[in-house]
Design a protein around this ligand. Sequence first.
Ligand SMILES: [Fe+2]
Length: 268
Amino acid sequence: MTTTTDIREYLLSNSPWVNRDKTVDTVKIGDPSKPIAKAGVCWYSAFKTIRAAHEAGCQLLICHEPTFWEHAAPEQHWRNEEPGLTKRKFLEQTGMVILRAHDSWDNWPDIGIRDSWAAGLGLTNRVREGTSLRWHAMYRVPNQTLRQFAQYVADRIAPLGEDSVQVIGDPDMIVSKPALGVGCAVPDKEMVDFGADVLIMCYDGASYWSTRERIAEMGVGVITVEHGTSEMWGMENLRKHLSEVFKDVEFRYFAEHPRTWTVKGSPR
Ligand SMILES: [Fe+2]
């Protein structure tokens, strides 16, 4: 029977770009040698997601981001403080295993985070890769205004639960070469140098003055979405892929993490 260790080994042995000594793709809690019949796959292991996976009968939850709000592998700090304490106790009581699949799936070809994000947005004509392995890429779309393209992106991501995008740049500027990246590893000057005229970024990876304003000063449009929005399609593909590889395990996708929602002020 398949165990968490088998799944982790499969992911790491097919990710030569990952340094096994430094990776955050580790088991965060639970016994990885237990046989797994049903596993959940999610972007973020929010407590709601963990509970939903447990109620569905999952012995394992595979997440992309941390469980205890720290990127470093041990995720130690919040385990003994709320809200981590309640989360940890629930996991211990249920015996659920949590495995993080981050460094492996970020750069996985074709169905990993970047390429799933592009595919979900309907960006099929890739014209340029970044110089670092599958972190960034540029695509060709028909000439359109920044406002039109931003509307297009907003419409595509609506089913993921994000109700808007934020934009910087002249709404009427014509764009045709969007670039995107992997989660927080947002596209930057290199993609602008390659000709990108609009960059799609996530808030977590692109703070205003250090990144977005600087890109805007280069005359390039900036469209920003939430981190999860840019990675959820990738995790749906991980679920699909693992169910093809490990046929004795039922994999189910969960996405109960809280979404942001927006309010537009109306002028007095
Ligand atoms: Fe991420």
